[in-house]
Design a protein around this ligand. Structure first.
Ligand code: PGA
Length: 241
């Protein structure tokens, strides 16, 4: 079920998302968060950092699980999602690094890494999963065609996703071809999902997620079946609704 909230701009959707995070932490200090990378959650993470600096929120007991990670980037590569999270959130709040988790696969055949992440997740229920949406409707790195009953798995990235992410690398060749990602069934287990989308290039995917048929070709459409999804959109991302 969607609760759709449309705001004027990116800053306002980031603040609205942070408000939800803040409310949860006020009642549950040991909350479990599912986190995402990409440009979209950066405003939310900045707001979380500001609240933590001002002692409005406390992350000492918080546990996090990230959605996904590239495969094949050298350790400490600045574009790995581990580096991204450390730089944009973890090093700037009082979270214990030992409480933060990202999947990690050695290579595209590393099925053990997928099982390990699922086994780890099995001991937790994610209170809030933060999600962005790809222009092709992907969530995490679950590209169009991913089975709705998938758990953590290794994917070959769609050309469109690699092109979208090329801006963070010096050339397309440098963008990894594979990633490890929570599956769609993994994501659906979260108690609450906050999906953020900003900008015109997300408008079609947002429209199809909300109004389209529930089909594996549009991974985000499965969220129609989740009991608690807050969709935070700026005007451009909501322009086709
Ligand atoms: P973006 O990516 O936030 O960088 O637009 C979103 C996504 O691909 O899930």
């Amino acid at each position: 079920m969607f609760n759709i909230i449309i705001k004027e701009d990116y800053r306002q959707i980031s603040e609205a998302a942070n408000e939800i995070v803040r409310e949860l932490l006020a009642k549950k200090q040991d909350a479990i968060f599912g986190l995402a990378t990409g440009s979209t959650p950066l405003g939310l993470y900045s707001a979380m950092i500001a609240d933590n600096e001002q002692n409005i929120t406390d992350y000492q007991k918080v546990v996090t699980f990230n959605l996904d990670e590239y495969i094949g980037l050298p350790d400490k590569h600045p574009q790995s999602y581990k580096s991204f999270m450390e730089e944009n959130l973890f090093s700037k709040i009082n979270i214990k690094l030992g409480n933060t988790h990202l999947p990690l696969a050695r290579d595209s055949q590393d099925l053990r890494a997928c099982q390990d992440y699922e086994e780890l997740l099995a001991d937790y229920v994610i209170d809030i999963q933060v999600l962005g949406i790809g222009a092709n409707g992907h969530i995490g790195f679950n590209e169009p065609g991913t089975a709705f009953d998938s758990f953590t798995h290794i994917v070959e990235l769609a050309k469109r996703t690699r092109l979208d992410n090329q801006r963070f690398f010096s050339s397309l060749d440098e963008v990894p071809t594979h990633a490890i990602t929570m599956g769609i069934a993994t994501i659906m287990k979260a108690k609450k999902i906050i999906l953020l989308a900003s900008g015109e290039n997300k408008a079609q995917a947002v429209f199809e997620m909300i109004n389209g048929p529930i089909v594996e070709e549009m991974p985000a459409s499965i969220l129609q079946k989740h009991p608690n999804v807050i969709v935070l959109l700026d005007k451009a991302a909501a322009s086709k609704l």
